[in-house]
Ligand binder design. Structure first.
Ligand code: SAM
Length: 330
């Protein structure tokens, strides 16, 4: 899944910087990935640290991270995917509003009908007690990843293409997610606002990757959120957007004070903040803020940012900052 702001290509850089600056071995550290998104950083560090806490305000992200990091058993998973994948599609809420008939060509008719049928069946299984909440989240995450692979978009859902692109014409396939089953998972997955959650957490390493521009994730990924919740509403406008979380980090007037508040209330010894050179907060202002709180370092790396509007063209070049704060008195 292409995710805007994904740190997939920066994992080596993060690994080098985090091991360089943290004085203890990683396996003795509790780490928190507070704006986890599609989970690339969480998945990379989970096997290396004593405990990982992972959070995102979006429910689709929570489901995906929960599936990858906190699934205890994969027993019956392939059989359940076969049963869901073999269902005959039928018209439901997604088909009515997010296909050609609804005037919004996000999915072809057949895939939308199958999304409706599969989503409803997962709900029925949950309500009847056939599956537990952990399996419910795993199956929903599998559906979300599959739906995003056949969406007729340039990867974000703020717009759909006028005609069906090749991948959107292919049938939806429920592929098993590549999960390492854990017997008793020590990882904790949250679905909360970062500033509300952080005061309740503590540990050694806090990784922060907040949105850095005005594009709200809730709006850009609204359809994944709608499939995740599957609570019908009357979609509005051309894109069929519903109500969505508006993040302070994507509002020019609120971003800096949200970040300042976050850093002040963090009970973590080392804080690593990723931020882009074309973010709405000036990187010098972040450095100045961190110097007032503790010992500060900075590392930078050139970055080819994924461009959802023109995914095939050469991606946009930026500089990725890693702001490093040591709060030794924690
Ligand atoms: C830059 S992305 C993170 C990308 C992630 N590191 C990855 O590699 O996939 C920022 C994430 O912050 C989340 N977010 C935005 N505002 C938030 C808030 N107030 N609390 C928690 N999460 C938030 C968004 O939903 C989005 O997934």
């Amino acid at each position: 899944m292409h995710y805007i702001g994904s740190k997939e290509r920066l994992l080596d850089f993060l690994q080098t910087q985090i091991t360089l600056h943290v004085s203890k071995p990683l396996k003795q550290c509790r780490m928190c990935d507070l704006f986890a998104g599609a989970g690339s950083v969480s998945r990379h560090f989970a096997p290396q640290v004593a405990q990982l806490q992972c959070n995102d305000i979006e429910y689709y992200s929570y489901l995906i991270n929960h599936a990858y990091l906190a699934t205890a058993s994969l027993q019956d998973y392939p059989e359940q995917l076969d049963a869901l994948g073999g269902l005959k599609g039928h018209e439901g809420w997604i088909t009515q509003h997010y296909t050609a008939q609804g005037g919004r060509l996000y999915f072809n008719d057949e895939n939308a009908r199958r999304i409706d049928a599969i989503r409803q069946e997962i709900e029925t299984w949950m309500r009847s007690g056939r599956i537990d909440t952990q399996r419910y989240r795993l199956l929903l995450a599998t559906l979300i990843v599959a739906a995003s692979a056949v969406a007729n978009t340039t990867s974000v859902f703020s717009a759909f293409l006028k005609t069906l692109k090749k991948s959107a014409q292919k049938p939806l396939v429920l592929q098993p997610l590549e999960i390492t089953p854990q017997r008793a998972s020590p990882h904790l997955i949250h679905n909360a606002d970062a500033n509300t959650l952080l005061p309740k957490l503590q540990g050694e390493i806090l990784y922060l990757d907040p949105p850095y521009n005005l594009r709200q994730y809730g709006a850009n990924y609204h359809l994944l959120e709608s499939i995740a919740h599957y609570v019908p509403f009357t979609p509005q406008g051309k894109t069929g957007l519903g109500a969505y979380h508006s993040s302070a980090y994507s509002r020019r007037k609120d971003a800096f004070s949200a970040l300042s508040n976050l850093l002040h209330q963090a009970h973590f010894e080392y804080i690593f903040l990723s931020y882009s050179s074309d973010g709405i907060i000036n990187n010098d202002a972040i450095a100045h803020l961190m110097r007032r709180i503790g010992t500060y370092h900075q590392a930078t790396i050139p970055h080819k940012r994924f461009n959802a509007k023109n995914a095939t063209a050469a991606s946009h070049r930026t500089t990725e900052f890693l702001h490093i704060l040591h709060k030794p008195y924690m």
